[in-house]
Design a protein around this ligand. Structure first.
Ligand code: 6CS
Ligand code: FE
Length: 307
C-alpha cells in the first residue's frame, strides 16, 4: 500500500513548529456546500470554531436503550476481556469499548441516521464510512481524563490517515455537566497542525488509550491556541450531539463527581481519504481502531425513528 508525501511531520525527536492548516474545513465545493441540513450560519460556525453543539438533539428517552445496552455489555466477560475494550488505568473499570457499530445493530443504525449522516456528508463533501466508533465511559468518582490532543495527529501518525477530511460525532448517553469531566475543546485550534515530539513505540495504542502521553502538544502551543480561542466545554442532557473536526484540540478531566459520564463517538472519514501506511513507520493498528476492511460508502437509512 502506498504512503503519500507526509505533509504533517509529527512524532519526531526534533521539534517542528506548528503551521497553518492546508486542508479545507468544509470539503463540499460550490453549491454542494448547501446540499444538506446545515444552513450557512452553522457551516460558518463550524469553519470558525471546529465544532458544532446541538443540545438535546435526541430526546433523553431515545438514549436510554443505548445506555442500558452499554451496561449489558459490561456484564459480557468475553467482550470485557477482548482487546477492543480498554480498562481504566486506575480503577480497572470499563473506560472505552471500540467498534460499537460492529457489535450493536442499534449503534450501527445510528451511524446512518440521515439527520447526522446528512450533516457529515455536507461537511466532508460526499461519501463517508466509519473510521472508528467507541464509547468512552467515565464512572463516578474515578473515570480518568484524556490529555490535550488532536485526533487527526494520532490518526495520521498511527493509522496513516492522509488528510484532514474526517469528523467525529459524539452523542451524550448521560448528562455532561461541569462536574463529571465533559469534553473540552479549543475553538479555532483546527486551523493549525501542531507537531508533537517523541517517536511512537510499537503497539503504542495499548497505553495511549489508557493515558495519552504521546501526541500531546507542547504547553507553549497550548497557551498560544487557548489565548487565541479560549476553551469551551459543551454541557447538556443525554441525547445532545457534538460534531467536531478531526483536528480540533480537545481534552477531558477526571470525573470526581458521583455521576457517570458516558459518550458515544462515531468517526466519519471521507471515502477519498482511506488509510495508508502509518506515517510513524509502525505496523497498522488493529482494525477496531482504524478501519481498513469496510470502507464502503454509508447509505442513509430510510425509516426515521423519532428524535
Ligand atoms: O487513538 C485513538 O484513535 C483515540 N485516542 C483519543 C485520545 N481520541 C481519539 C481516539 O479515540
Ligand atoms: Fe480524542
Amino acid at each position: 500500500m502506498m504512503t503519500s508525501e507526509d505533509l504533517f511531520p509529527t512524532r519526531h525527536d526534533e521539534r517542528h513548529e506548528r503551521f497553518s492548516r492546508v486542508d479545507p474545513v468544509i470539503h463540499a465545493r460550490n453549491q454542494e456546500r448547501w446540499n444538506g441540513p446545515l444552513d450557512e450560519v452553522s457551516l460558518s460556525r463550524y469553519e470558525r470554531d471546529g465544532f458544532l453543539w446541538f443540545e438535546g438533539f435526541f430526546s433523553r428517552e431515545r438514549m436510554k436503550p443505548f445506555f442500558d445496552e452499554l451496561k449489558e455489555m459490561a456484564r459480557d466477560t468475553d467482550l470485557m476481556n477482548s482487546d477492543q475494550v480498554i480498562k481504566d488505568p486506575d480503577s480497572g473499570d470499563l473506560r472505552s469499548v471500540f467498534d460499537m457499530h460492529r457489535i450493536s445493530e442499534r449503534f450501527d443504525k445510528l451511524t446512518r441516521d440521515p439527520r447526522i449522516l446528512g450533516m457529515v456528508r455536507q461537511l466532508l463533501g460526499g461519501d463517508v464510512y466509519i473510521h472508528q466508533s467507541r464509547i468512552n465511559d467515565k464512572f463516578g468518582f474515578q473515570g480518568s481524563g484524556f490529555n490535550w490532543h488532536s485526533d487527526f495527529e494520532t490518526w495520521h501518525s498511527e493509522d496513516g490517515m492522509p488528510r484532514m477530511r474526517a469528523v467525529s460525532a459524539s452523542i451524550m448517553l448521560t448528562d455532561n455537566n461541569e462536574f463529571n469531566g465533559p469534553l473540552m475543546l479549543i475553538p479555532g485550534s483546527h486551523h493549525y497542525f501542531v507537531p508533537c515530539e517523541g517517536s511512537t513505540p510499537k503497539d503504542n495504542w495499548k497505553d495511549s488509550l489508557k493515558a495519552q502521553r504521546l501526541g500531546v502538544p507542547s504547553q507553549e502551543n497550548l497557551i498560544d491556541l487557548v489565548n487565541q480561542g479560549g476553551i469551551q466545554a459543551p454541557k447538556g442532557p443525554p441525547g445532545s450531539l457534538l460534531l467536531f473536526e478531526c483536528n480540533t484540540l480537545h481534552a477531558s478531566n477526571k470525573n470526581l463527581s458521583p455521576w457517570p459520564r458516558a459518550n458515544l463517538f462515531f468517526v466519519y472519514n471521507s471515502v477519498d481519504n482511506t488509510l495508508e501506511q502509518p506515517y510513524c513507520g509502525n505496523q497498522p493498528r488493529p482494525d477496531f481502531l482504524g478501519n481498513r476492511e469496510d470502507t464502503e460508502a454509508l447509505a442513509m437509512h430510510d425509516h426515521l425513528e423519532p428524535l
